[in-house]
Design a protein around this ligand. Structure first.
Ligand code: ADP
Length: 506
């Protein structure tokens, strides 16, 4: 059942059916249309030829007074010859619709009240194709001599009406000028024979086109879906062998799918690698302080009672600072994990950025003074922005703190705040050691540090800028960095004044 459903839904089957249909439907429609057209054209041309012969006979009937004297041999001979040629029948009726002459010789003297004959007696020549009897029947009024010429013009026959009694297309208003009616019946069996023959040929054509379209459809559908099957096989292989990528061959859509998969695959590989790297970095960062603590504790223990109290104090101080470091790493990791989760809870409110920056710098001033770094805030205008104050404070603190940490004695950190009608701009500029060009692209990576030992010495975890960049992303803002070694670093942050929900952005 499952396999049947899969087959029914498959692209292979759909392409196959579309190709077959696109062959068969036009073939059948064209052949059927052709047969229909042939039939109607043939009937039309026959009717018009019968009609013109009937007109000429009518002239003779009218001029010779045949209706009064139906024994005129030459006309009777003509009727018989024509009836034979048509494999049909010719009847002449007078104005009272009494049969004057009948080539079958059976209806003379009878009154013919047949609808088409009555219409012709009223001046409306008509014709129709009697499909069941396989005959063409033409009824033509016989006009009086005086109006003969005129009647010849006016009497027309309906065209193209097959199988039904025709609607008269022209009715003479001179009923009194009609002397009688000439009824010509012509066998149309040759038309049906031709149609039967052509139908046979058509079936052969349709059969051939079925065979050709089947072969063509099978070939095309297999060829068109082959690339997709190869892509599916490639994806399955990629699950087992991480390095596999799909070749960019085949038709455009297949290349697009392969390209999209390769991009996705590379991204997944990168994510996998960065996760492994992250895990190993985390364990390394957590193990290092623990190892130091163990070394310190072991050395004190090994000394036993011989260790002086000053040494105890010094070692205990070192152990405490290692514990602080471990604590910092854990806190930073927790902040980062919280920010990384999708659906981070943003606590947005309208914040006076000037006040926020003021209090942020106030908290860092002791650190700056300790490092003999000048810390200056320059506010160009009052700025109010919709932000998560706690998260943004943490992010900007990291920038200012780095400016202080990676600085020289007597250096400075300038923080400026500005805005336009749409964005708030924060610049943190320091005169510190700068970041080498080959590291600048990596400083937002977790645990990346330009100089590991120096960063560690000054209490860095390597997570600060990763947290900053995450927070700014959550505010749909941007952060840029420019730096020159030994001259200083500038971080430029741009935040929208109005917080935009993710759905609004889409
Ligand atoms: P850390 O906790 O080590 O400071 P960060 O993620 O904050 O980690 O910074 C990553 C690295 O980028 C730092 O170790 C440092 O090498 C470099 N860095 C960051 N800010 C500055 C700066 N203002 N001046 C010089 N180097 C910086």
């Amino acid at each position: 059942m499952q396999t049947l459903l899969r087959t029914l839904k498959s692209l292979h089957l759909r392409i196959f059916l579309v190709i077959i249909m696109s062959f068969l439907v036009p073939t059948i429609a064209i052949t059927a249309g052709f047969l229909k057209l042939y039939e109607s054209r043939q009937i039309q041309s026959d009717i018009s030829s019968v009609n013109s012969i009937a007109m000429s006979l009518n002239t003779q009937i009218a001029t010779t007074g045949y209706l009064q004297d139906p024994s005129l041999d030459f006309l009777n001979a003509e009727f018989t010859a024509l009836a034979n040629a048509y494999s049909g029948r010719i009847m002449v009726m007078d104005s009272s619709l009494v049969v004057v002459s009948d080539t079958y010789g059976v209806d003379q003297g009878k009154t013919m009240l047949w609808r088409n004959v009555v219409q012709a007696a009223n001046g409306s020549g008509n014709s129709y194709y009697d499909r069941s009897g396989n005959n063409l029947i033409v009824a033509v009024p016989i006009p009086a001599l005086a109006s003969l010429a005129d009647t010849q013009k006016k009497t027309t026959i309906s065209k193209g009406s097959l199988g039904n009694d025709t609607e008269p297309v022209d009715v003479s208003d001179e009923e009194s000028s009609v002397l009688g009616v000439l009824l010509v019946v012509k066998s149309a069996s040759y038309i049906s024979q031709n149609i039967a023959f052509m139908t046979d040929v058509s079936w052969e054509v349709i059969l051939i086109s079925i065979i050709v379209s089947l072969a063509f459809a099978l070939l095309c559908s297999s060829h068109m879906t082959m690339r997709l099957k190869k892509i599916a096989a490639g994806i399955r292989q990629a699950q087992e062998e991480a390095q596999t990528s799909l070749p960019l061959v085949g038709y455009t859509e297949a290349v697009d799918i392969s390209e999209a998969f390769n991009a996705y695959h590379t991204k997944m590989q990168d994510m996998d690698e960065s996760r492994n790297e992250f895990v190993s970095n985390v364990s390394h960062e957590l193990k290092t302080p623990l190892a130091s603590i163990k070394v310190l504790a072991d050395s004190i223990n090994s000394m036993g009672d011989a260790a002086p109290i000053e040494m105890y104090r010094e070692f205990m101080g070192d152990i405490t600072s290692e514990i602080d470091r471990e604590n910092n790493v854990i806190n930073d990791l927790l902040s980062l994990v919280k920010l990384d989760r999708s659906g981070v809870n943003m606590n947005i409110s309208s914040v006076v950025m000037n006040d926020m920056m003021e209090s942020l710098l106030k908290r860092l001033r002791p650190l700056a003074e300790n490092s003999q770094v000048e810390l200056v805030l320059e506010s160009f205008r009052p700025v109010i922005a919709e932000v998560d104050e706690t998260k943004l404070t943490l992010a900007l603190m990291n920038l200012v703190e780095n400016g202080i940490k990676y600085n020289h004695d007597g250096g400075y950190v300038h923080v400026s705040l500005n805005s336009d009608h749409q964005y708030c701009y924060i610049r943190v500029e320091d005169s510190g050691m700068g970041i080498p060009a080959d590291s600048i692209d990596r400083i937002f990576e977790r645990f990346f540090r330009v100089d590991k030992s120096h960063s560690r010495e000054i209490g860095g975890t390597g997570l600060g800028l990763a947290i900053t960049s995450n927070v700014i992303k959550l505010h749909h803002g941007e952060i840029r960095v420019s730096s020159e070694v030994d001259h200083g670093t500038t971080f430029d942050v741009r935040l929208p004044l109005r917080y935009i929900e993710k759905e609004d952005l889409a």
